[in-house]
Design a protein around this ligand. Structure first.
Ligand code: FAD
Length: 289
């Protein structure tokens, strides 16, 4: 199976879709519907997240394995250090390999209280994503997280891109960013990263805002508020959910255009296990199946 690092470097433009392990049968049906709906777009890869502390351990293995076996797509399994010893992490990597998965996104993960809370490593486990990169590199094509506004607990923006450089030195072949809402935030991350010697491709993460309630949740997830001008554009349609949604899709499509025009090597979509919004953005970008 193909390594994503090479696919991004050698391909023209990377498109990828992220899913999460569902909690019940209805969620599972929705996930597979989304996967099947998006397969005709021939994504470079699709990825499946890993729940804190191993809550989705078996499902992440199962879904990525099934994607490898039953679809034409290249899967990537996420893995975090939360709640695991080094030996457990090695066993999970073995399971990914056994399931036919050749790509891993190596992450630290977050404390239960969120990305700003104090991070306490598990005894016998790993402290930083960099160590998980070291554990997986060689066996897998390894990707890592990058943070456009800086990781919320980082000492400084400068230190944060030095961390990215350390993950690259440990063997990471590509990076994917947290949600991007303004192209300039992505490009300033790339500029800071390039200045300290990062030269792996950095894919911007895209999540359209489809309703105003999502704004708060996104801020909690990423540790940064959604930019005020983005919220303002949506709030002008407050009270008209269809218009808010349409504006959210239009803004995401504008953002994707600006990112690709400015030289981003691809786009990574946070799908939330639904295909409709992504298909609408693709239609706006005039990308067809
Ligand atoms: P790290 O690179 O380890 O960095 C964490 C913090 O430590 C940063 O503040 C960094 O500056 C600091 N740091 C790192 N090294 C050092 C050092 N040597 N000295 C001092 N400080 C240091 N979470 C999940 O639970 N499951 C998922 O599936 C998942 N998928 C994700 C996918 C993407 C694309 C992204 C962007 C994030 C994802 N996350 C996921 C969230 C991620 O776990 C959090 O963002 C987490 O807070 C940071 O992870 P990291 O891998 O960037 O950590």
């Amino acid at each position: 199976q193909r390594g994503i690092g090479r696919l991004i470097r050698e391909g023209e433009r990377s498109f990828s879709f992220e899913f999460f392990p569902p909690k019940d049968d209805a969620g599972e049906a929705q996930l597979w519907q989304a996967i099947r709906d998006l397969e005709p777009y021939h994504p470079t890869f699709v990825s499946v997240t890993y729940g804190a502390g191993g809550t989705t351990r078996d499902t992440t293995v199962e879904i990525t394995g099934r994607i490898a076996r039953e679809t034409s797509m290249v899967p990537m399994a996420h893995l975090t250090c939360v709640g695991h010893t080094r030996a457990e992490l090695e066993a999970i990597l073995d399971a990914y390999e056994g399931a036919g998965v050749a790509n891993v996104l190596a992450l630290r993960g977050d404390p239960r209280e969120g990305p700003r809370a104090a991070w306490v490593p598990t005894e016998g486990g790993l402290t930083y994503a960099r160590e998980l990169v070291e554990l997986a590199a060689g066996r897998f094509s390894v990707g890592v997280a990058a943070h456009p506004g800086g990781h919320p607990a980082a000492e400084s923006l400068q230190r944060d891109v030095e961390v990215l450089r350390e993950k690259q030195a440990a063997g990471a072949e590509f990076a994917i960013t947290d949600m991007v809402f303004r192209a300039e935030d992505y490009f300033s991350l790339v500029e800071r990263a390039t200045a300290v010697g990062v030269d792996i491709p950095i894919l911007p993460g895209i999540m359209p805002i489809l309703n105003l309630g999502q704004v708060k949740r996104m801020a909690e997830l990423s540790g940064h508020p959604v930019p005020a001008e983005v919220v303002a554009r949506l709030e002008q349609y407050d009270g008209d959910p269809a218009a808010v949604r349409a504006e959210g899709i239009a803004m995401a499509a504008e953002l994707c255009d600006a990112l690709l025009d400015g030289g981003a090597p691809g786009l990574h979509f946070y799908t939330l296990n639904r295909s409709k919004a992504t298909r609408e953005i693709f239609a706006a970008l005039r990308i067809t199946v």
